[in-house]
Design a protein around this ligand. Sequence first.
Ligand code: ACM
Length: 269
Amino acid sequence: MKIGAIQFEPLFGEVDRNLELAGSLIMKSDADLLVLPELFNTGYVFTSREEAISLSEQIPQGRTTQMLCDVAKEKGIFIVGGLVEKDGDRIFNSAVLVSPDGYVGRYRKVHLFFEEKLWFDPGDEGFSVYDTGVCKVGIMICFDWFFPESMRALSLMGADIICHPANLVMPFCQDAMRTRCLENHVFAITTNRVGTESREGKSLHFTGGSQITGPDGRVLFRAGEDSEETGTAEIDPMAARDKKINEYNDLFRDRRTNLYGALLKGRNF
Ligand code: ACM
């Protein structure tokens, strides 16, 4: 199958324009599974929780999820993309997975970054893996990569491909993803955005470099730091299923879970 990352520059608050651009980029791609950036429909630099609420949408009824469902159906593909989710009086930094048959599932960002803690509620549903029929897909969002537990949990749940919408502002993720993929023997599609958002005296520059990483830690595609581009890689998702390193070692069977107690507790020093 062919997997792809759509790196582009959303403009803050211009939901019509961002959806139209994302839709046209999806229509031009020949990938079977595409990942859009985190918050691709709204932009990232919010100035208040009220502003984030005003741009939030219900999943799956909202227009962004419905637009993704429409293009996924038309193209016969799977798409993952990020948006602000409204659920009653709570809002989440979420991502959805849609298929040719419609909405499949969502993920609510567990590890909120920086001022996201002021705008969003922390994800309350943990991690999920979705079976597309061809492969098993796990979702995490941007800063989740900083916590190895995110990809470990998804991989232990059987994910072959980690879909990773991002709005990265630091330069470390791409190199780290090589290790994350190697230590879990999974594929990952990290889709970052490009551009700078300046709002009410705050400015963030997004670092591009979207990356598709293989289970052996190899970089299968790396985008430029400023360019709007769609990158793809032809992969066999089944390559992620065999966790053997050699005839004596297996990544998951060799885990000594009875000796890892500290991992399940909070900081204890
Ligand atoms: C991030 O989590 N958007 C850095």
